[in-house]
Design a binder for this molecule. Structure first.
Ligand code: F0G
Length: 425
């Protein structure tokens, strides 16, 4: 989307619309103390930079305003002095998708649509279902049967959406939906929807605000359908253009090895062309072989000097447990960020003194089955474990906390405690 003040907008002699950074910073901070719903939203607090809908038409669940957590253990483990996680899983439906959905649903409702639809690996559908319900619209979600996490499936039902499980993968769902919306009067809310990107750019604003407008060196995001990287990139670029910040951070994208079309594209053609793959990974949110927004992601990588990396199932599982052990937790697709960051640090692409923010995109409760299987040592198969180094195996073992099943007797519990503490009770 383009505004009169955008870098790409045609130059005009008309009134100078350029927003004033000083005044806006003040206004945005002040809105945090307001009791108005739209001011309390961490998306609409910044509405001056995306005037897409009238204030009274805004559909909000008080999204955004998510924490920026320090990650001292994760930082120390890989030799970084400074590492933060922006936890977008702390949004109302537990994922970063809420920031885009509040924007897109507000527009859909204000234009009088009755039905909205999306294809999803689970989080988009949960967010859309919630915001559609708030707006009084009907929602249809297309999800790949048996391939989305339980938390997400239950959400779209809970929020009253028509939940359609198609016997295909995510890419198949997108194909079907693309035809359906051409023939039926239904508003498409996939991430190609431009209003979603406007909402999804606001975490960039929040990160800067939370860092007192000091620009971090690196932002690390997971890559699936590849909208998030470009939305954040747009947010940072706009603030630079308007004079809020002197430079933009490097934005790097991490993919799962089994769902790595962008990684392959950058390796083979520098991002000139992309060959779709048949995707397979337990990080089901990013099990995507034919990403819609890959060109935009390539542009952001090239513009900001970021990297694309890939990580395997073992690396994802360990990284997720390490983030969990920090008291933070996230869903598997979010953990690719830390797994990828390890590689960027190990080979010197990111230095010890650089300041890095990882985007944690989904809450740990989205996919409890994955977590339980990991801790019971039932997640990874023999093939995946075979390549593991001794340190990796030891790290995994030290983090695994399978539940103890004991008889309901005080002595039995005390004996178990003795074994763990080494002290007699
Ligand atoms: N992390 C999580 C938790 C996600 O749900 C997704 C995408 C991504 C990362 C990747 O973001 O697509 O912008 O590159 N989920 C979509 C969905 C596809 O349908 O919920 P992206």
């Amino acid at each position: 989307m383009e505004y009169p003040w955008s870098e790409s907008a045609p130059k005009s002699d008309a009134v100078d619309f350029r927003p004033n950074p000083q005044a806006l910073r003040h206004l945005w901070a002040e809105r945090r103390t307001s009791t108005l719903n739209i001011d309390q939203s961490g998306v609409w607090r910044f509405r001056d930079l995306f005037p897409i809908v009238a204030d009274e038409k805004i559909v909000t669940l008080r999204e955004g305003n998510t924490p920026l957590y320090e990650m001292p253990k994760c930082a120390a483990r890989i030799g970084l002095n400074w590492l933060f996680a922006k936890h977008q899983g702390m949004n109302p439906t537990g994922s970063f998708k809420d920031t885009g959905m509040t924007a897109a649903l507000s527009v859909a409702a204000s234009r009088g649509y009755d039905w909205v639809a999306c294809a999803s690996t689970g989080n988009t559908s949960a967010a859309m279902a919630a915001y559609a319900a708030r707006a009084g619209l009907k929602a249809m979600v297309l999800i790949p049967e048996g391939k989305i996490a339980w938390g997400k499936l239950s959400q779209s039902m809970d929020y009253g959406a028509v939940t359609v499980q198609l016997r295909t993968d995510f890419d198949g769902c997108v194909r079907i939906l693309t035809e359906v919306v051409q023939r039926a009067p239904i508003y498409l809310l996939n991430s190609v929807n431009p209003y979603r990107l406007e909402g999804q750019k606001t975490p960039a604003f929040e990160i800067l605000e939370q860092l007192d407008w000091q620009v971090p060196d690196n932002i690390i995001v997971p890559g699936g359908n590849l909208a998030n990287s470009s939305a954040l990139g747009k947010g940072f670029a706009e603030l630079k253009h308007l004079g809020f910040i002197p430079r933009v951070p490097r934005i790097s994208v991490i993919q799962a090895e089994g769902a790595n079309p962008l990684y392959r594209s950058m390796q083979s053609s520098g991002g000139a062309s992309l060959e779709p793959v048949t995707a397979e990974t337990r990080a089901s949110a990013i099990r995507i072989g034919n990403p819609a927004s890959w060109k935009k992601a390539v542009k952001i990588l090239l513009q900001t000097g970021g990297w694309v990396e890939q990580v395997n199932e073992r690396e994802i599982a360990l990284a997720k447990a390490e983030i969990g052990a920090e008291g933070i937790g996230c869903e598997p697709a979010s953990a690719v960020t830390y797994a990828g960051l390890k590689k960027l640090v190990a080979d010197g692409r990111i230095g010890a003194e650089e300041r890095t923010v990882m985007l944690l995109t989904g809450h740990t409760l989205k996919d409890p089955e994955y977590t339980i299987n990991f801790h019971r040592d039932q997640l990874l198969n023999e093939d995946e474990l075979r390549g593991a180094s001794a340190e990796e195996l030891a790290a995994m073992k030290s983090l695994q906390q399978a539940p103890l099943v004991l008889d309901a007797e005080v002595d039995t519990v005390l004996r178990a405690l003795e074994t763990m503490t080494g002290q007699k009770a």
